[in-house]
Design a binder for this molecule. Structure first.
Ligand code: AMP
Length: 213
């Protein structure tokens, strides 16, 4: 399975990506996760990305595209992959086509997770992320067993700077202006599948697998 997951911030792409990557036994490639890992590691890339991420802006294409190009040099992508958070604009989509052509890989599907803006704000402002392992919780819908502690690794939970309400509003604008156009781009190639992102995690995963089969 060679898949791109698209959807606004808060649609649950990250959560679904983990489930789908496990189901199809393919690597989950999240550009957001790669940036956050660099940030945590204090690399130059992390420092550069932080200034954009904190405002909800896109990291420049030249940097992001190079990072993805590098990731596709690893051999595990030959058996399939799930891209989460990339591409996020038309230029990145065009660059991805080039990267895949060079590796003789073809996309199977682009799956769009659809959700209303009001629901997104509710989801994101309550989201808490583990500092250590990146696991995601929610103060209302998916509470950890111990307040502010990760169920999986015991790490401390925090609110991502870009999950704060003012930044969420900016991320939604960036999504509408820059990322939405890639939906039509992939529709023209006949690759697009669309589904609702509202429901329990397991229901959405099952629906996604059924749509993709
Ligand atoms: P995410 O975890 O996918 O919501 O990404 C968090 C942040 O990382 C985004 O708001 C951007 O600042 C940055 N980012 C992630 N993926 C990309 C991308 N494909 N292009 C540019 N910036 C990105």
């Amino acid at each position: 399975m060679r898949l791109i997951l698209v959807g606004p911030p808060g649609a649950g792409k990250g959560t679904q990506a983990v489930q789908l990557a496990k189901h199809y036994k393919i690597p989950h490639i999240s550009t957001g996760d790669i940036f956050r890992a660099n940030l945590k590691g204090g690399t130059d890339l992390g420092k550069l990305a932080k200034s954009y991420m904190d405002k909800g802006e896109l990291v420049p294409d030249s940097v992001t595209n190079e990072m993805v190009r590098d990731r596709f040099k690893q051999s595990d992508v030959q058996s399939g992959f799930l891209l989460d958070g990339f591409p996020r604009n038309i230029l990145q989509a065009e660059e991805l086509s080039k990267i895949l052509n060079e590796s003789n890989l073809k996309l199977d599907y682009v799956l769009e997770l659809q959700i209303e803006n009001s629901e997104i704000v509710r989801r994101l402002s309550g989201r808490r992320t583990c500092k250590e392992c990146g696991a995601i919780f929610h103060i209302e819908f998916d509470q950890p067993k111990i307040e502010n502690k990760c169920d999986k690794c015991g790490g401390t939970l925090y609110q991502r700077e870009d999950d704060k309400e003012s930044v969420v509003m900016n991320r939604l604008e960036v999504y509408a202006e820059q990322t939405k156009p890639i939906i039509d781009y992939y529709r023209k190639f006949g690759l697009l599948k669309q589904m609702s992102a509202v429901g329990s995690v397991s229901t959405i995963t099952a629906a996604a697998i059924s749509i993709l089969s």
